[in-house]
Design a protein around this ligand. Structure first.
Ligand SMILES: CSCCC(=O)C(=O)COP(=O)(O)O
Ligand SMILES: [Mg+2]
Length: 257
């Protein structure tokens, strides 16, 4: 087994979700299809609610920013009798964003609100790779703080950790960050996360499957390891040479343990 030593200055482990703690297949085959299958009915049922209207306003604002992109779907303001047309435009916009795996705050906020019903009713449970929960417990026993940074909204993250095949493990997480703090491929986001936690960037070890995210974190002086899991995108030879790679959280060695 390859062992990657965690530098002694690290006191915080920051985790990505999709492809790191959780199989990409769970997101692609369960979470995302749920949105596609239910978005129209969800909008029709919840349209008059404040939360739904806020989600639609955010999507409309995003659609305006995306207007220059090929295939972007505008969302007209609903007026008079054309409500169904507006709902259809929102549905088409959501489908278009999802077909490009967009990580916009607008899309992620709506998705989080939609998953709430499914998770709280027990219709969905999050899958974690088998090494994840035991490792997080060990790290915490060793005095580490454990945070999540995912494109999925903080609300959705809490649902995922609160309703998993291993039960409610939300208490194992010290805090959550999403794209409201900035995008994961921008180094400024990692500086803001360190500020928010109250530590230096070099006190953080970020685990992710995406090298664009690892590179942004590293630019901010965050330690990184790239997580290689079944179903993840392949890495180039250069990436394999450059990054510390782990296939399981158990391959991380903490000097204090
Ligand atoms: C609460 S995570 C749901 C999955 C998701 O929406 C997503 O975009 C995953 O992104 P990540 O940054 O965790 O790779
Ligand atoms: Mg990921």
């Amino acid at each position: 087994m390859v062992v990657v030593s965690v530098p002694a200055e690290v006191t915080v482990i920051l985790l990505d979700i999709e492809g790191t703690t959780t199989p990409i297949a769970f997101v692609k085959d369960i979470l995302f299809p749920y949105i596609k299958e239910n978005v129209k009915e969800y909008l029709q049922t919840h349209w008059e609610e404040e939360e739904c209207q806020q989600d639609v306003s955010l999507l409309r604002k995003q659609a305006e920013e995306d207007a220059h992109l090929d295939g972007a779907v505008p969302i007209p303001v609903a007026s008079g009798g054309d409500l169904q047309q507006t709902i259809q435009a929102v549905v088409d916009n959501v489908y278009w964003q999802m077909s490009h795996d967009r990580k916009t705050t607008a899309l992620k906020q709506l998705q989080g609100h939609m998953w709430k019903a499914a998770f709280t009713a027990g219709r969905m449970k999050t899958e974690f790779f088998a090494d994840v929960v035991p490792a997080v417990r060990r790290w915490r026993e060793a005095g580490m703080k454990v945070y999540i940074y995912s494109s999925g909204s903080v609300e959705a993250q809490k649902l995922l950790f609160g309703h998993s095949t291993e039960g409610d493990i939300l208490e194992l997480i010290d805090g959550h960050f999403d794209t409201k703090i900035g995008h994961k491929v921008e180094s400024a986001s990692y500086r803001k996360i360190a500020d928010s936690i109250g530590c230096s960037t070099n006190n953080i070890l970020f685990l992710t499957d995406v090298t664009g995210e690892a590179s942004a974190a590293e630019e901010a002086d965050v330690h990184v390891a790239v997580v290689v899991r079944p179903g993840n995108a392949g890495l180039t030879d250069d990436e394999k040479t450059y990054y510390n790679l782990i296939t399981s959280f158990s391959e991380l060695y903490l000097p204090s343990t």
